[in-house]
Design a protein around this ligand. Structure first.
Ligand SMILES: [Zn+2]
Length: 151
């Protein structure tokens, strides 16, 4: 790392600390020529995740949009705001671990349903009805039957 004071390209690390559960490494460095001390931060560069939609077009993954769709299904249900954030975090972590740069929107929807089902069945059904685009009441009922069978 180039010393910001004397511009020499030689330093040694005098302290290294991990922040945010190891997502960021903070290093204190000392220039070997002038002794100036400075700090650097290191973190993994995350690729922008692209969502492949049902109609085959692509758009950048939007965390706020995902959160809003879950929050919408959870209206007036006993699901707290922090719980919704945790759901979103879990889903994001899984997607980032399993997919490099592109993910199908159907897969995101399935993940949301898997998680919601365990948290609140009404929110699950609401989300499923929008996501699966139920055409009529019979589809809605068959989803409820599935839900009962799985218990
Ligand atoms: Zn220096």
């Amino acid at each position: 790392m180039r010393c910001p004071k004397c511009l020499k390209m030689d330093d040694r690390v005098i302290d290294s600390r991990s922040l945010k559960n190891g997502e960021i490494i903070r290093r204190r460095r000392a220039c070997t020529r002038c002794g100036h001390r400075f700090t650097t931060y290191e973190q993994v560069v995350k690729a922008i995740l692209v969502v492949l939609k049902r109609d085959q077009h692509r758009e950048d993954f939007d965390r706020a949009k995902l959160r809003a769709s879950i929050a919408h299904a959870a209206i007036k249900r006993p699901i707290s705001e922090p719980q919704i954030d945790m759901l979103v975090d879990d889903i994001m972590r899984e997607i980032e671990a399993e997919h490099e740069t592109e993910v199908h929107s159907t897969l995101i929807g399935r993940k949301v349903m898997d998680k919601l089902e365990k948290v609140d069945e009404v929110a699950f059904l609401r989300f499923a009805s929008i996501y699966r685009r139920f055409r009529d009441a019979s589809q809605f009922l068959s989803e409820i039957e599935n839900l009962i069978e799985r218990q």
